[in-house]
Design a protein around this ligand. Structure first.
Ligand code: 13P
Length: 341
């Protein structure tokens, strides 16, 4: 198969109705923070055990089409020796890999950040592919205030996302392009909309310059929401209207799928917001989820670091996946939260 056929097959496997992506690619500092919240130490074995439990959740492939893994996980094995990516693939879940090396302050731009990790990326992708990864993720982060992000940060991050996406496609790996406008702060929904529009416009301009094939690219944006500290929080209908308006202005119809991040929304909020978007009727692209916290939080709480809680952990993950699978079709109702896992 040539690379175009390979990329197309991966896109098709990821963009399936009723399914979304599980983001389980927390970096070492982030997973340590998540484990700390349940009083568990972040050792390599604990990380392996937790992710093993998730990836072997019975029936997960019914609602999850892909999983984003951290580099360490790609090389880890199940208790019976099966490589963890293979465990996912067996359930029909396409393994993917976070390839950025995290964010650092953007020089001479106080308050802005830039994502690094481009050096040696083609070679790393080659290795990841051999371990089973078929798609990748790169996250750019934008802090919001009255003056942030600066024009410089918007341009520099777009450039890095586009270079990453081009390198992925050349290696036969589908790029997920993730520009995350953060929810931290007291900004309004309108300010988030303004920043998101500018960010996405610049990202697609850069993707075009770098000759990235949009048909083989997936977008993972944040939703348009007010900052966490803003006095007036938004209803799902408001979030959906604002998000779709901005996406329609900025995301070409050639992009097959948009997989939202949850970004600090509660699991129920993230599900309700996605549902509200899918109730607005057909859009040029499929609207789905690629949640980390919003899929995993209840599972993490059920696990508590104990092997004996494996089944409860899997049930909790399955439940959130099922509810988001419904939201992906605009068929979720908050009352479904009360049904047993
Ligand atoms: P959240 O859904 O927890 O924001 O995580 C998604 C993700 O992959 C962040 O990079």
């Amino acid at each position: 198969m040539n690379d175009q056929g390979e990329l197309q097959a991966t896109v098709k496997a990821l963009v399936q109705s009723g399914k979304g992506i599980l983001a389980a690619d927390e970096s070492s500092p982030t997973i340590a923070k998540r484990f700390k919240s349940i009083g568990v130490e972040s050792t390599e074995e604990n990380r392996r055990a937790y992710r093993h439990i998730m990836l072997s959740a019975p029936g997960l492939g019914e609602f999850i089409s892909g999983v984003i893994l951290f580099e360490e996980t790609l090389g880890q094995r199940a208790d019976d020796g099966t490589p963890l990516p293979q465990l996912a693939a067996r359930q029909g879940i396409v393994p993917g890999i976070k390839v950025d090396a995290g964010k650092i302050p953007l020089a001479l731009a106080p308050g802005d950040e830039i994502t690094q990790g481009l050096d040696g990326l083609a070679k790393r992708l080659d290795g990841y592919k051999q371990l089973g990864a078929r798609f990748a993720k790169w996250r750019a982060v934008y802090n919001v205030s009255d003056t942030l992000p600066s024009r410089l940060a918007v341009e520099a991050n777009a450039e890095a996302l586009a270079r990453y996406a081009a390198i992925c496609q050349e290696q036969g790996v589908v790029p997920i392009v993730e520009p995350e406008v953060l929810m931290d702060g007291g900004h309004s929904l309108d300010r988030c909309a303004e920043v998101t529009e500018g960010v996405l416009h610049e990202v697609f301009h850069a993707l075009h310059r770098y000759r990235v094939v949009l048909e083989h690219t997936l977008l993972k944006p944040s939703m348009v929401v007010p900052g966490k500290e803003h006095a007036q929080q938004a209803t799902p209908a408001e979030v959906a209207a604002a998000t779709i308006r901005i996406l329609r202005r900025t995301v070409p119809a050639a992009v097959p799928g948009i997989f939202f991040l949850s970004g600090g929304q509660t699991p129920a909020q993230a599900t309700a917001n996605l549902d509200a978007m899918n109730r607005l009727g057909a859009q040029p692209w499929q609207l789905s989820f690629s949640y980390g916290r919003a899929l995993q939080d209840p599972a993490l709480k059920a696990w508590k670091g104990q092997a004996a809680n494996a089944q409860e952990t899997q049930k909790a993950l399955f439940k959130r996946s099922r509810l988001n699978g419904a939201a992906r079709e605009g068929k979720y109702a908050p009352s479904m939260e009360d049904l047993p896992a």
